[in-house]
Design a protein around this ligand. Sequence first.
Ligand code: NAD
Ligand code: MG
Length: 391
Amino acid sequence: MTRGICILGATGSIGKSTLDVVSRHPDQFRIVALTGNHRVAEMQALCEQHHPELVVMAAPEAAQQLRVILRDMGLKHIRVESGPGALAEAARMDGVDEVMAAIVGAAGLLPTLAAVESGKKVYLANKECLVMAGSLFMERVRHHQVILLPIDSEHNAVFQCFAEGKGVRRVLLTASGGPFRTWPMERLAAVTPDQACAHPNWVMGRKISVDSATMMNKGLEVIEAHWLFNLPASRIDVLIHPQSIIHSMVEYVDGSVLAQLGNPDMRTPIAHALAYPERMESGVSSLDLARGPDLQFEAPDLQRFPCLALAFSALRAGGAAATVLNAANEMAVQAFLDGALPFSRIAAVVEDTLTELQPAAPDHLDAVLAVDQLARETAVRHLCRYRSGMQ
Ligand code: NAD
Ligand code: MG
């Protein structure tokens, strides 16, 4: 019997890698629902290839355009909906057994929670869910006894090395250090969005690419690891490894260190999670260590990467600090991508927002969403100050 899949964020980088893996195993999977935002042509191509039952475009005008195109192509059996309610509907619909949560940012929280609350197996790429609402999210996962498997390459690597989690001394998350690891600091103010999105090892969406360049991505991943593996900040370390061959490591109390290696290609963690506890072909080539680059390691420079330090301190502070961190970062990164904030000011906007707001730990979803909204408004105020300083 085939397993019905919903891909939230199907037009994105993780969405496409998931479709690539799934397409290699038509005997095991059928695509039931796909969601996107406003990229109509890309979704049209996915509809022609995969014939889902339901497509959701978050943007209403995109849904309307797609409806017309699909009707003209003779694909009117594919239902097209729009809006946040429809994203959640795709995640919980009958016929969907498993959900790939690959929407970027806070927009992924509600549909991913809908998948959890309807008891679907969840593959989690959207780390912002856990940063924003980790306590509540994990409580729902436990309550609904849902299987949650990590897609983020580091967390998938830790999961593969974690065994039963007995005797773990610490987890070492590896990080490439992004495109600016060796740039002179004074050049960082003039970095362009295209430079920031040109990651040396991975091809990813623009938001996570900027996060990788500031190393906020690693900070978000530290918080993600805290929730997924139930570890305090003191037992999560970050190690720069520019080649992105070791995807992360687990150190045990006896001194053993287990690492997971592979070519940097997200199809490996995706295939691992989709097949777990079995294994399946992913299309990723063999790792050739004899011909490959030398593997290097160094400690992260927190002066160069203040976002990483901010994420660690938000995790230590508790309360709603991580929710504030995530919201402020999303606003600052978008402003940078829009040309309205220098790259080197992203950390300052996040820091100022964290200093201004110290809300208590939210105990229900509406409180999380209220903190998220307040932090966005506060971040915009700080952004405007830095923007007015731009030449
Ligand atoms: P992407 O920008 O390539 O794709 C994002 C997807 O989300 C697209 O399908 C887009 O249509 C959809 N989307 C964006 N805004 C939306 C909104 N408001 N409402 C509904 N849908 C919306 O991003 P990506 O690189 O695929 O990353 C997706 C998630 O996976 C992120 O949370 C990222 O941190 C995580 N992740 C990505 C990678 C990677 O290699 N790309 C690795 C690890 C984790
Ligand atoms: Mg990662």
